[in-house]
Every structure is written in C-alpha cells, then in structure tokens.
Design a protein around this ligand. Structure first.
Ligand code: DAH
Length: 348
C-alpha cells in the first residue's frame, strides 16, 4: 500500500470514529493520537524522506490535506458535542415560572410623612404652592422678619440650637413665610403657599415634647383677603383631617406676626362634641394657631400693607397624628421602632 492509500484509509476510518464519539474527552484523545507528534500522519510525513524527490510535493500536500480534513472533522464534532451538552444542561434547568416568587418586604412612608403628604395634597388642590425651606435658618427670617426683635419676650418660648449668633435651627416654619413673602412677585398674582418641615426647640423630651418636631405653615396674601377666608380654609382643613361633620371655633390669642391672632379648636372627632377623654370633656380640641398677617411682617418683606393683606396659620403634623391615631407619646414617631411604624402601613 502506498502512502496515499494509507492516508486515505486513515482518513475514512477516523472520520467515522470522530462521528461516533459522544464524549469531548474521547474526542480529545483521538485528536492527540491522530495528529500528535507520535501519530500516523506525522509518521507518514516523516517517511517522505524515503520517497523519490519528484513524489514528495504531491504526497506532502496530500498528507497536509488529510490532516486538515481530520482537524476540521474534529472541530465540527467538538462544536456539536458542546452544543449538545449545553442543550442537555438547559433542559435540566428549565424554570417553572408559575412558582410563587420570594416576597419582598415593601416599606411605607413614615406616618408623619403621610400626614404631611395628605395636607399638601389638600392645599395643592386649593391652588397653594408647596415651599421647601431651610432647617438651618437665619435669626433674621426666624425672628426679626416676623416681628420678633431681639428683646421680644416671645423669644423665650422658642429657645433653640444656635450654630452662630445669627444662624440657628429654625423654631418655626414661619421663617418660610418671611422668605416666600420677600421674594414673591405680586404683579404675577396673589401668594398662596404652604411649607411643611422640621422645626427645633430647646426642650426636654417627654411624652408631649420633642426637641424636634414638624409644622406646616400656611400663608395667603392678596388684595382682599379677610378673616372669613381664613375661617373657611381652616374649616376645610379640619374637616379633611377629622371628618366632614367637624366644626371649628376660633379663640383670641397672641402671635407677634399676626393681628388679630387666634387659637383654633376643632369639635371632638371622638365624641362629636359631647365631651370625652380625648377632648378632656370640653367637646373641643386645640389644633393650631393662626391669624391675619401683621402689617409689620408685610412691611419688613417690602409689601405695602395698605394694598396687601392676608392670613397665616401654623399646624403641627405630629399633633394631628397623635390625636387622630391615639398616639400618646410623641417620641414614638422618632425612635424608629418598626413595630410602631408598621401600624401605619399603606398599600402603594
Ligand atoms: N409659628 C407658630 C408657633 O410655632 C405657629 C403659628 C401661629 C404660625 C400662628 C402661624 C400663625 O403662621 O399665624 O407657635
């Protein structure tokens, strides 16, 4: 048998072998045996030196072709075997998409945030803008602009944390009132704003006091705003929070930035006004402070009190939430006990 026949036999015999291999490892063995240094092809090529010089190129190129064909057959088979292996693996790994998933615990906005969001919604619906203002505030906006000069006794009730002599943690969201009033362009229309946020006081924490709590400030300034507008607005708020049957009552009070000033009571949502433990048997619950904006506040912000006027109010989301949900300790809102907070879970 001459070399060419030998090579042809080698080719057909091994092509079949390669086709029949079912394991990658076996295929690799065939490759090493067949094409390696000690394999039959190498042997043939080595035997070429015994050939006539004229024969060599022919046999040589034939041998190379056989080697390439075998290599190609091995590569093709390897590709098939790998694809088979992947397909088998995929078949085993099919996922049942109808199985129930792993539940994720979904949080909920903090109850105070819920109260603030709810009030914000109400006021947005009445055409107010929502103003976000600074918690670190200047003495100028927190006090001076609100008709509370340095020697005013009202400052005693609102001691706070001072960063410098002029910079402090704001004691009231009323500071946002002063800032908004100062920058409002009345040629564009009246000012209607609410501003919710945290405020700070130098207070010893107990069940009803916290050194930081929340307020929502309201301010409406226009040319013909009256106390009747204030009353209607407060009634709408009281009924929104405590129920459509609620009434409100205004009592004279004092705030440096309003004149006249009022303390606002809402008829008890628990007993409807007959008297119970919630309203301390008075039928009324005090919920906020309000009044007609003092001319000095308008003047300080560069607004002419002869032309413009309006009302302001300050309501406490903490107090509203405590009343509405029967929370007896304000500190519960701030100690982040999940068992407490989870009670106010809302869907979505
Ligand atoms: N800033 C007041 C406080 O912290 C609450 C308040 C009362 C705000 C009357 C007002 C208002 O805008 O008109 O005690």
């Amino acid at each position: 048998m001459d070399l060419q026949d030998k090579l042809l036999a080698l080719l057909s015999e091994n092509q079949k072998k390669i086709e029949d291999t079912s394991e990658l490892a076996d295929l690799d063995k065939i490759r090493v045996n067949l094409l390696g240094k000690k394999g039959p092809i190498t042997e043939v090529l080595r035997g070429m030196k015994n050939l006539e010089a004229s024969e060599r190129p022919k046999v040589g190129s034939f041998a190379n072709k056989v080697r390439d064909d075998l290599q190609a057959a091995i590569d093709a088979r390897r590709g098939d075997l790998r694809a088979d292996a992947i397909n088998r693996k995929l078949e085993k790994e099919t996922v049942d998409v109808t199985l129930p998933g792993t539940p994720t615990r979904v949080g909920t906005p903090h109850i105070l945030q819920q109260v603030i969001d709810d009030l914000s919604d109400l006021f947005l619906g009445m055409g107010y803008q929502i103003v976000d203002s600074y918690e670190v505030e200047e003495d100028h906006y927190n006090f001076e602009m609100l008709n509370i000069p340095a020697d005013h006794p009202a400052r005693d009730m609102q001691d706070t944390f001072y960063i410098t002599k002029e910079l402090l943690m704001r004691t009231q969201t009323s500071a946002a009132q002063a800032r908004t009033l100062e920058r409002h362009d009345f040629s564009k229309g009246p000012l209607k704003m609410v501003s919710p946020g945290r405020v700070y006081r130098r207070d010893t924490d107990d069940a009803t006091h916290s050194h930081q709590f929340h307020q929502m400030e309201g301010l409406v300034i226009d040319k013909h705003t009256t106390m009747a507008d204030l009353k209607g607005t407060l009634l709408a708020m009281a009924q929104h929070v405590f129920g459509a049957e609620r009434k409100i009552r205004l009592r004279p009070s004092y705030f440096p930035f309003t004149e006249p000033s009022v303390e606002v009571d809402v008829s008890c949502f628990r007993c409807g006004g007959k008297g119970c433990a919630v309203c301390k048997y008075s039928g009324w619950i005090e919920v906020l402070g309000a009044g007609m904006v003092h001319p000095n506040v308008l003047t300080a912000a560069g607004v002419d009190p002869e032309v413009y006027g309006g009302f302001a109010f300050g309501v406490g989301p903490d107090r509203l939430a405590m009343l509405k949900y029967g929370v007896d300790d304000i500190r519960s809102f701030y100690t982040d006990d999940v068992r407490f907070l989870e009670q106010f879970h809302t869907e979505g």
